[in-house]
Design a protein around this ligand. Structure first.
Ligand SMILES: *[C@@H]1O[C@H](CO)[C@@H](O)[C@H](O)[C@H]1NC(C)=O
Ligand SMILES: *[C@@H]1O[C@H](CO)[C@@H](O)[C@H](O)[C@H]1NC(C)=O
Ligand SMILES: *[C@@H]1O[C@H](CO)[C@@H](O)[C@H](O)[C@H]1NC(C)=O
Ligand SMILES: [Cu+2]
Length: 197
């Protein structure tokens, strides 16, 4: 009985999904992420790109060669820019960009979509979109009444960035969501540039 439960639990862990950016293409790991974060973190993300960050620091710490500061699991779940050079989006100041989220398992909480300075892991300005509460509500999700604009929305690229995000890798658009009951964080990143016109 117990072993059946444990098997079910580990199976559930394997198929457990939550959410990721479906489009534009999100950062996915490759050799640079393996080098910074280790094989276990990369395997976890490849197995389930929707899964949460919690648990990854402990997992990574078991790998020799884990470079915590370089990996930076709380930014883009550790996935490194060098692995996503082929997917850098080029935006213009003021451009409206549609983003679609693959939300597979809900956990009500807060979420935002923000431009992050990757050197400091800090939001530049204000979030482009912000849900202070009520994001990914289980009742709405399973009742099929989740507002469409939680998973398919538009953001306006600010006109005030100057050349702060002109170089690929310096900034990302990060979708992050925290399920308050589940205590789980989800992060996906879009690489982009925007230059002064
Ligand atoms: C959505 O998430 C599931 C895993 O939960 C994954 O298999 C699927 O590829 C994802 N779809 C997109 C478009 O990212
Ligand atoms: C999202 O849609 C809901 C209705 O489904 C609306 O009440 C809300 O204002 C919309 N939010 C945004 C940010 O557009
Ligand atoms: C954006 O969401 C993340 C995850 O919940 C949270 O840690 C961060 O404080 C939020 N930022 C703002 C400005 O609301
Ligand atoms: Cu969960």
């Amino acid at each position: 009985m117990l072993s059946t439960l444990l098997q079910l639990a580990s199976l559930a862990a394997l198929v457990h999904g939550h959410g990721n950016i479906a489009t534009p293409p999100m950062r996915m790991p490759g050799d640079a992420t393996t080098s910074a974060c280790g094989k276990s973190v990369v395997a976890d993300i490849v197995r389930d790109k929707t899964s949460h960050v919690e648990g990854l620091p402990e997992l990574a710490a078991k790998d020799t060669g884990y470079k915590a500061a370089q990996c930076n699991l709380w930014l883009c779940r550790g996935v490194q820019f060098a692995d996503n050079k082929a997917n850098v989006q080029t935006y213009k100041p003021g451009q409206t960009v549609e983003i679609k989220i693959n939300l597979t398992i809900p956990h009500v909480g807060n979420a935002n979509v923000s431009i992050i300075d990757t050197k400091t892991n800090a939001i530049i300005g204000k979030p482009l979109l912000n849900w202070p509460s009520g994001y990914a509500d289980e009742k709405q999700f399973y009742g099929k009444t989740l507002p469409t604009n939680q998973t398919d929305f538009k953001v306006d690229i600010p006109t005030t960035l100057g050349n702060q995000c002109a170089t690929a890798g310096d900034c990302v658009i990060q979708w992050w969501w925290y399920g308050t009951g589940a205590k789980q964080s989800y992060e996906s990143c879009i690489d982009f540039t925007v230059a002064e016109v």
